[in-house]
Ligand binder design. Structure first.
Ligand SMILES: Cc1cc2nc3c(=O)[nH]c(=O)nc-3n(C[C@H](O)[C@H](O)[C@H](O)COP(=O)(O)OP(=O)(O)OC[C@H]3O[C@@H](n4cnc5c(N)ncnc54)[C@H](O)[C@@H]3O)c2cc1C
Length: 481
């Protein structure tokens, strides 16, 4: 019997698992995907927002300002990737400058720690590619950029090292309440017994609520966002995150420098009927191209290396819904977590565990909680001397598998063998960045396949790109591996 069963291993389920694992409780996380952070958490702008645009008095406003601060507090402990860029919200004329003043007031009411309005020319000194027509900007120095997969892995790794069980490839399809516990059934026919459930199922958090309550206090509509990724040779094209003024459609099409040097252009905002179908479209990407030129000149469109889409879990509740179900006690809902969910994740977890569940009154804290995460070696970031020493200790550090990102064989092996290891091509990319560079895996994918075959006994036909049935190879040829 588990004390807590968390449905969903996105950034929210992972952060909640970490927070709960501070207590003497039996915890399990179940996800339908074959990896942590595979849905909304894998396809977003990666911005740790300042809290500038959220409606004052909402949980979104409170938890994004707090969450932003918590990233800095946890940076070292969890080894979080953080690029302290700051952000500019731009105005082009008097009407927009007045809207900027309203946003300035919003920052005050949300208690954003630092913000100021500066002239366009001053902003262009820091970011010369900002459009010449920008007259004023709202500067938000606490805005940062992170690497969302790594944040989810950090939280989940800490949870696992503190005893949390993680079960993947398991879609929850049925929940039944017995006298004082729940029976949770997955598509594979396996049943789990638990005293409490936390529903952190992202775009499906309303559907999961319906499984036990019959209906849901909110409905999620998928809202798609599409992006272009510019190669990391564009590093420095823009130093700050650049936002247009927010509108009813959200924060708008942005320019976002990424942690590893790429530049993101996007997203658009389009309601979709199928909230599971995150695919790019010609029209969506054209929309991004059309609007991003309002923000900057000289945009290096010739450096586009890929495009992607994510689907936001936009709810008609219009705020984060973080409450115990009004119908079923001990069933906790963390639903409608669209932006700024990545920003607020650690604050959401604390709020749920301390204020909603009131964990401290129910369970003892562990005195042996392991708060830090084991440090991963990033070969590419080391000095020549450090690299030489490592190669002497393990020659696999001397073998570069991914040339674009300079990822070594030993790092690939660690990603497969690690506490949250993965044997899929995408899983290895998420953990190491092999395949994330200019050639998008053209060079290294075949080498990773060989590592999987030679070291882990996988058969070529069994190797998956990502989910079940995403096999890399469909049949044997006469070529031997
Ligand atoms: C285009 C876009 C841009 C964004 N930009 C930002 C940004 O810059 N900054 C920011 O702060 N936020 C941003 N966000 C929001 C942020 O990405 C989300 O708030 C956050 O990722 C939500 O995490 P989650 O864990 O709730 O959802 P998810 O990551 O979607 O995780 C939910 C998990 O539940 C699992 N699940 C669902 N149903 C079941 C089931 N039946 N059984 C088992 N498992 C199930 C899913 O497989 C999934 O892994 C953006 C979102 C999008 C889409």
């Amino acid at each position: 019997m588990y004390d807590f069963l968390i449905i969903g291993a996105g950034i929210i389920g992972s952060s909640v698992a970490r927070e709960l694992s501070k207590y003497q409780a039996r915890i399990i996380v179940i996800d339908k995907e074959n990896d942590v952070a595979n849905v909304q958490t894998s396809a977003n702008s990666a911005i740790v927002h300042s809290g500038y645009s959220d409606n004052p008095g909402t949980l979104k406003a409170k938890l994004s300002v707090k969450g932003n601060k918590m990233y800095e507090e946890l940076e070292e402990e969890l080894r979080l990737p953080l690029l302290k860029t700051g952000a500019y919200v731009v105005a082009h004329n008097k009407t927009e400058e007045n809207q900027l003043l309203e946003l300035y007031d919003n920052c005050k009411r949300n208690q954003v720690p630092k913000f100021e309005i500066i002239d366009g020319d001053e902003a262009r000194k820091n970011d010369p590619n900002l459009s010449d027509s920008i007259s004023k900007v709202l500067s938000l120095p606490t805005t940062k950029v992170t690497y969302p997969w790594e944040v989810a892995f950090a939280a989940m790794e800490v949870a696992i090292q503190n005893g949390v069980d993680l079960v993947l490839n398991s879609k929850v399809i049925h929940i039944e309440k017995k006298e004082d516990f729940f029976v949770v059934k997955t598509q594979k026919g396996i049943e789990y017994h638990t005293k409490n459930i936390i529903n952190a199922a992202g775009v499906e958090s309303d559907d999961i609520t319906k499984l036990i309550d019959g209906n849901s206090p909110f409905t999620i509509k998928g809202r798609k966002g599409e992006y272009f990724v510019l190669d990391k040779r564009t590093k420095g094209f823009m130093n700050h995150v650049i936002y247009p003024l927010p509108s009813e459609q959200g924060k708008g099409v942005l320019i976002t420098p990424q942690y590893h040097g790429e530049t993101l252009l996007g997203p658009n905002s389009e309601y979709v009927d199928n909230k599971h179908h995150a695919v790019t479209s010609f029209n969506g990407l054209q929309y991004v191209k059309k609007h991003v030129v309002d923000l900057a000149k000289n945009i290096p469109f010739n450096q586009i290396i890929r495009s992607f889409a994510g689907i936001r879990s936009t709810s008609d509740y219009e705020d984060f819904y973080i409450q115990e179900s009004k119908k079923t006690s001990r069933f906790f809902i963390v639903g409608g977590i669209e932006s700024p969910g990545l920003t607020a994740c650690f604050a959401i977890a604390e709020y749920l565990v301390n204020d909603v569940i009131n964990m401290g009154s129910l369970y003892e804290k562990k005195d042996n909680f392991i708060k830090s995460r084991v440090e991963k070696i990033k070969f590419n970031e080391l000095s020549i001397e450090e690299k030489k020493d490592l190669i002497k200790k393990d020659s696999r550090y001397g073998k570069i598998i991914c040339k674009c990102e300079k990822i070594t064989e030993k790092e690939i092996m660690d990603a497969i063998n690690g506490p949250l290891g993965s044997k899929t091509i995408k899983g290895i990319k998420k953990r190491t960045r092999a395949g994330a560079g200019l050639c998008q895996g053209g060079y290294c994918e075949e080498k990773i396949v060989k590592i999987l075959i030679n070291n882990f006994g996988l058969k070529p036909l069994d190797i998956l790109y990502d989910k079940e049935e995403s096999n890399l190879f469909v049949s044997e040829t006469k070529v031997e591996v």
